[in-house]
Design a protein around this ligand. Structure first.
Ligand SMILES: C[S@@+](CC[C@H](N)C(=O)[O-])C[C@H]1O[C@@H](n2cnc3c(N)ncnc32)[C@H](O)[C@@H]1O
Length: 358
C-alpha cells in the first residue's frame, strides 16, 4: 500500500506530495476518464442515467485507476505515515491546552448535553478518522485538511469571500444579522464577521471541537460581532424572524433529505420578512458524466448523502418550507471555473437562493 511505504520526509513534504497527487488527479486524470467515456459514446453507447454511465465505465482501466487514486490519496492525507490525524495527535496536549484557553464569553455557546444526530456519527466523513466531531482536536485536523479539498480553488479569491459577497448582494438591503449554518471551524463565517464589523453573525455547528477552534480564531481576530453556537441547523434555537441572511456552505450534502427539509424550514423560520436563504452546495442535473463522477466521489470520500441531495426535489422542499421565490444557478468558485476550457475536476458548485415573502 502506498501509505505504508516507509518515509522520513516531514509532514509538510508528505502533505504537499499528496496535494500534488490530487492536482494530477484533478487536472490530468479526470480528462482522461472523460476521453475514455466519449470513446464509448462514439462507439454507439447511449447511457440515459448516471447509473448507466457507471455500468458502462465500471471495467474501464482508466476509470478504475482514477477511482483507486482518489480513494487512496484521501486515505494517505488523513491516515498515512504523515497523515493529518496521525500528525496532529503528536501535539494533542498542546492543541487541547490552546483550545481550552478562555475566550470572550459571547464567542462560544456549547451545549454540554448535546446529542449528535445518528446520520452524523455513523460515518467517518471525508475519511477523517472519527469524523470532524469526536476527537477534541478534530477541528485542527479538519482546518488543515480543508486546504486541499478542492485544489483548484485559489487563495487570492477565496470561495468563502465570493459567497459572502454574493449573499450580501442577493440580500438587496442593509444586512444586520446573518446565520451561517454548519459553519465548521468558521471558514465560511469569517468573511462575514471580519469584513463587515457592523453585521452580527452567528455560526451554528454540531461539532464542539470545530466550534472551539472557530471561537479561538475569532478571538485571535479580536472579533466582537460573532457567536459560535452548538446546535443542529435543523433546530438552532435562535430567534425567529431575526436574520436578513441565512446561509450554508457545503452543508446540505452532508445530511439526508429528511434533515435537509427541516433545515430549510428552520432557514425560513429564522429569516425576517424579505430575508434571503443562500445555500451553496453541489447539484449536477444536466451532465450524466459529471453526475457519475460526483456519485463516485461520494462513495470514495465517505459522503453518502451527495446523491440523495442531487436526486431530491429541492424546489418542492423549499416550497414546503414556505419559500416561493427560488433560484438555482451554477456558482463560479473561481474566475474561469465555469469556462469550457476548464476541463479539470471540480465540484458541481450550485447556489440555491430563496427569499422569504416580505
Ligand atoms: C463541509 S463542512 C463546511 C464547513 C463550513 N461551512 C465551510 O464552508 O468551511 C460541513 C459542516 O457541516 C456540519 N454539519 C453537518 N450536519 C449539520 C447539522 N445538522 N447542523 C449543523 N452543522 C452540521 C459539519 O459538522 C461540518 O462542519
Amino acid at each position: 500500500m502506498l501509505d505504508q511505504i516507509p518515509t522520513h520526509r516531514p509532514f509538510d513534504a508528505f502533505q504537499s506530495f499528496v496535494l500534488d497527487c490530487k492536482m494530477f488527479w484533478t487536472r490530468q486524470m479526470l480528462p482522461e476518464v472523460r476521453r475514455a467515456y466519449e470513446e464509448k459514446l462514439s462507439e454507439g453507447a447511449a447511457p440515459a442515467t448516471a447509473e448507466e454511465v457507471e455500468a458502462l465505465m465500471r471495467d474501464d482501466t482508466t476509470y478504475q485507476f482514477f477511482g483507486w487514486f482518489e480513494r487512496h490519496q484521501q486515505r494517505m492525507k488523513y491516515s498515512g505515515r504523515h497523515g493529518l490525524a496521525v500528525h496532529y495527535a503528536q501535539f494533542r496536549e498542546h492543541l487541547a491546552r490552546e483550545l481550552a484557553a478562555p475566550v470572550e464569553e459571547r464567542l462560544l455557546q456549547l451545549d454540554p448535553g448535546f446529542e449528535q444526530p445518528e446520520y452524523y456519527t455513523s460515518i467517518d466523513i471525508h475519511q477523517h478518522p472519527g469524523g470532524v466531531w469526536s476527537d477534541e482536536i478534530a477541528g485542527y485536523v479538519y482546518e488543515r485538511g480543508a486546504k486541499s479539498t478542492a485544489p483548484m480553488l485559489r487563495k487570492s479569491e477565496s470561495l468563502h469571500h465570493r459567497l459572502t459577497a454574493e449573499a450580501l448582494s442577493r440580500a438587496g438591503r442593509e444586512v444586520q444579522r446573518v446565520a451561517d449554518l454548519g459553519c465548521g471551524f468558521g471558514g465560511s463565517t469569517r468573511p462575514f464577521y471580519m469584513d463587515h464589523p457592523g453585521i452580527e453573525v452567528v455560526g451554528v455547528e454540531l461539532s464542539a471541537p470545530c466550534l472551539r477552534l472557530a471561537a479561538r480564531r475569532a478571538s485571535e481576530d479580536q472579533a466582537r460581532n460573532v457567536t459560535f453556537r452548538q446546535a443542529d441547523a435543523a433546530d438552532t434555537g435562535l430567534e425567529e424572524g431575526a436574520y436578513d441572511i441565512v446561509t450554508s456552505t457545503m452543508v446540505l450534502h452532508e445530511m439526508p433529505p429528511r434533515h435537509i427539509e427541516k433545515v430549510l424550514k428552520e432557514s425560513h423560520r429564522l429569516l425576517a420578512p424579505g430575508g434571503v436563504s443562500v445555500h451553496l452546495d453541489f447539484l449536477v442535473r444536466d451532465d450524466l458524466f459529471r453526475e457519475f463522477i460526483h456519485n463516485g466521489h461520494s462513495r470514495r470520500n465517505n459522503e453518502p448523502f451527495m446523491p440523495p441531495l442531487n436526486r431530491m426535489d429541492i424546489e418542492a422542499a423549499h416550497r414546503e418550507a414556505g419559500f416561493d421565490d427560488l433560484e438555482i444557478v451554477p456558482f463560479e468558485e473561481f474566475t474561469g471555473a465555469l469556462s469550457p476550457e476548464n476541463t479539470a475536476w471540480r465540484f458541481p458548485w450550485t447556489l440555491i437562493v430563496a427569499r422569504k415573502a416580505a
